[in-house]
Design a protein around this ligand. Structure first.
Ligand code: GUN
Ligand code: FE
Length: 503
């Protein structure tokens, strides 16, 4: 497990005691290989903890325990069209696929059946905690909460709110939206009363919610001390739209802040294009950020600079699959894609920095920007008619094309991609922090709930094995192989709060 972003721990051999409550009572390290020592420690611990009738699960040589994975952002109804429409960008994709598919959940039977598939699939992939969006429908959202409860996954479940800029067939009035939000909160808290299921307020994103609706949701969040989830700064055209809708606000983040939706219990997905001021605001408010790298690649949204957030002191960072913006329901995939994103964000940065300094000196000296390739001088304007640049320095003093780049993303001094252990931290304790559950889950230590996976790197054997372990592989190398090559076949058991829920 990873008790901090820079603290990855491997324990060769241990006995983990889990009480009937599902809480971890003890973690006792044992010398590996000493069978006698293990049996003696087990007998001593059973007696000391009065665990005499405890059942013992012994892991095999190629097996190990990791904390359960936390998906901080997933749309349950969108599972049905994962892998569809990634030629489009966000706003077109919402209109063409998302809204029609979500509208179908007005049929509660369909909702129940489909949600069963999603929840079992995510558990199969090792997601012990998920932060779900349902749809705008009250009955469908109840069905999702019911299914999650029946399967035994830990989850936040939110009824989506949408009362503007939405198609006729998938929109609510402000009053309906607020009333059904109160109803779902009441259903989950007082009817379902599952210790593992929490209601979360879910304004879809600013363009879908009127100021009255956002204000009303802010009031409900404060009244019941509830978490809030939404989307923030995912794509440039969305940001432009928000700016046009809210001239009274200083930024996209400021809109949520003004309507009472930016609190220490808020989870914001994406946050790819935030300004420095917005990043500071989010950090000061203790807002959790869900990094959804797969989705950001699929929908052409950009790549979040996670390293910069870490260096700026954000400590509520987790990973989200964002199914179906992302095509994979697996946090293993989210880890890999977050590592790729952390590398991509810097691709070309040295070149851009050099180009920018050339542009700056050319502006100062009053000459046009030029550079030299193979002895030929080239105009740096990329020709005319590309929509971005006329090849002349613009009023900002930069070549117009360069102005498209996020200035401080080009700080080559911070080039440091995520490591596999950092990505693993984000998928476990980082996600737990985003959801405010870090006292309960995210690591395997006494006092926390036993949300854990049994991983078997040799679960697939023979000519088609997905992970091959060689004599030169030490345990950390084996773990790294699991992160990069592993899949649901290597997750042989899934426990939530001490209960085995493997589908
Ligand atoms: N912004 C508003 N709605 C959505 C959605 O369903 N998915 C993603 N990725 N972004 C959104
Ligand atoms: Fe999303």
């Amino acid at each position: 497990h990873a008790p901090a972003v820079d603290d990855f721990r491997h324990v060769a051999c241990a006995i983990v005691g889990v009480a009937a409550s599902g809480r971890i009572a003890f973690v006792e390290e044992v010398r590996p290989g000493e069978a006698g020592a293990k049996a003696a420690a087990l007998a001593r611990l059973k007696a000391a903890w009065r665990f005499d009738d405890a059942s013992v699960v012994e892991l095999g040589v190629h097996q190990f325990l990791v904390p359960g994975l936390v998906d901080t952002h997933i749309h349950a109804p969108q599972y049905v069209f994962t892998g569809t429409g990634y030629d489009l960008t966000l706003l077109q994709w919402l209109e063409k696929y998302t809204f029609p598919r979500e509208a179908a959940y007005g049929d509660t039977e369909y909702a129940r059946e489909t949600f069963g598939k999603v929840v079992r699939r995510t558990v199969r992939c090792g997601t012990t905690t998920a932060c779900y969006y349902a749809t705008t429908h009250l009955a469908a959202t109840k069905a999702l909460a019911d299914v999650v409860h029946e399967v035994g996954q830990r989850a936040f479940v939110g009824k989506v709110n949408m009362d503007r800029n939405s198609p006729d067939y998938y929109v609510e009035t402000t009053a309906e939206s607020l009333a059904s939000t109160r109803a779902i909160v009441d259903y989950i808290r007082t009817t379902l009363q599952s210790p593992l299921v929490t209601p979360v307020l879910t304004p879809r994103f600013v363009p879908s919610c009127t100021p009255e609706l956002m204000r009303g949701l802010g009031d409900i969040a404060a009244e019941f001390d509830l978490p809030v989830q939404s989307h923030l700064s995912e794509t440039p055209s969305e940001i432009e739209w928000v700016a046009a809708l809210h001239p009274e606000c200083t930024s996209y983040s400021d809109v949520y802040a003004r309507y009472g939706l930016l609190t220490s219990r808020t989870i914001m997905a994406h946050c790819v294009h935030l300004s420095r001021a917005e990043r500071d605001l989010l950090r000061e408010r203790g807002v959790g950020i869900s990094h959804c790298a797969n989705s950001n690649f699929c929908l052409h949204s950009g790549a979040l600079n996670v390293r910069r957030l870490l260096l700026e002191g954000h400590d509520k960072l987790g990973l989200g699959t964002d199914v179906a913006g992302g095509y994979s329901p697996s946090l293993l995939d989210a880890m890999r894609q977050s590592i790729i994103a952390s590398k991509v964000v810097h691709v070309g940065s040295r070149e851009r920095a050099a180009a920018r300094s050339r542009a700056a000196s050319a502006t100062t000296s009053g000459s046009a920007v030029e550079h030299v390739i193979n002895g030929h001088r080239h105009d740096n304007g990329h020709g005319s008619g590309n929509g971005h640049s006329n090849g002349k320095p613009n009023s900002a003093g930069n070549n117009g094309c360069l102005a498209l780049f996020d200035e401080d993303a080009d700080d080559t001094a911070i080039y440091a991609p995520l490591s596999f252990s950092e990505a693993f931290y984000l998928a476990t304790l980082g996600g737990a922090k985003v959801l405010g559950l870090d006292k309960q889950i995210g690591t395997i230590e006494p006092g926390k709930d036993f949300d854990a996976l049994v991983v078997d790197v040799a679960a697939v054997v023979g000519a088609a094995s997905n992970i091959d372990v060689f004599p030169h592989d030490d345990p950390i190398a084996v773990f790294e192989k699991f992160i990069y090559l592993g899949d649901d076949r290597n997750i042989v058991d899934v426990y939530v709060q001490g209960r085995r829920i493997t589908p």
